[in-house]
Design a protein around this ligand. Structure first.
Ligand SMILES: Nc1ncnc2c1ncn2[C@@H]1O[C@H](COP(=O)(O)OP(=O)(O)O)[C@@H](O)[C@H]1O
Ligand SMILES: [Mg+2]
Length: 231
């Protein structure tokens, strides 16, 4: 059921990569649909290569007119729905956000990505007003260096992490060969040959941390919605 949308109007912020990593990790245990709502359809191109997990369904979005029906259909069928959105603010993005149980806003530790992430947050607040519904959102730093961060990276990161109004994932998606390689060789990080890709075990641990934090957040959101105490 939960629908998780990846949104940031800045291209290259890591939406498609993070969405695919999460969807493949979720599909290891539960049927998952990823709605490919980027007009360039990078996820569908990836799925044309061998190695797609059997429990992962790819639904290629046709247009903004069909997105609501596509989300409804996928959410009725599968325990998890992940939406990869295009790199521009659009009506399609608003429609997807309006249906999401969680909006993940990926950003690099760079000024342009940070500005675009703040724009998305404002858009989510407008969508909340329009739909009179709370739409949980959380920012996710992507393509970050696993080792030492630059001054700029530290500055941007602290602007978000030190802001009590903005929820941030504790984990970051690091910049890793394996995460870019899935798009050129197909399949998932879990099925890659360790002899051919650097740092595979760290990449897998990074995905596991991300998936666990997403599941923890979804549980906390559901508990708040149903009035249960959050563990
Ligand atoms: N964590 C990462 N590690 C390595 N390369 C990455 C990572 N995230 C994204 N990239 C690369 O950066 C580029 C843009 O990422 P992408 O996920 O397509 O962003 P978006 O969907 O926001 O436009 C792609 O070439 C992708 O392979
Ligand atoms: Mg993309």
């Amino acid at each position: 059921m939960p629908t998780i949308a990846f949104a940031n109007s800045k291209g290259g912020s890591g939406k498609t990569t993070s969405a695919l990593l999460l969807a493949c990790a979720l599909a290891e245990t539960k049927p998952t649909t990823i709605i490919d709502a980027d007009p360039r359809h990078p996820i569908s191109t990836w799925a044309d290569m061998p190695g797609k997990p059997p429990a992962l369904t790819i639904l290629k979005n046709a247009s903004e007119r069909t997105i609501l029906d596509e989300i409804e259909e996928a959410a009725a069928r599968d325990p998890f729905v992940v939406i990869d959105l295009e790199g521009t603010a659009s009506r399609l993005m608003s429609y997807a956000i309006s249906q999401a149980d969680l909006v993940i806003i990926p950003l690099k530790e760079q000024q342009q990505d940070a500005v675009a992430a703040l724009d998305v947050i404002q858009e989510i607040h407008r969508d909340m007003k329009a739909t009179r519904r709370k739409i949980p959102y959380v920012t996710l730093f992507t393509q970050s260096k696993a080792a030492v961060k630059s001054r700029t990276a530290r500055h941007i990161s602290s602007q978000f992490r030190d802001n009590p109004a903005i929820d941030c994932f504790t984990c970051e998606i690091h910049e890793r060969d394996a995460f870019a390689a899935v798009f050129s060789i197909g399949g998932t990080v879990a099925t890659m040959d360790p002899a051919k890709v650097n740092g595979l075990s760290k990449a897998l641990a990074n995905i596991e941390d991300f998936k666990n934090e997403v599941i923890h957040k979804l549980r906390a959101i559901r508990k708040v919605e149903t009035g249960e105490a959050v563990a």
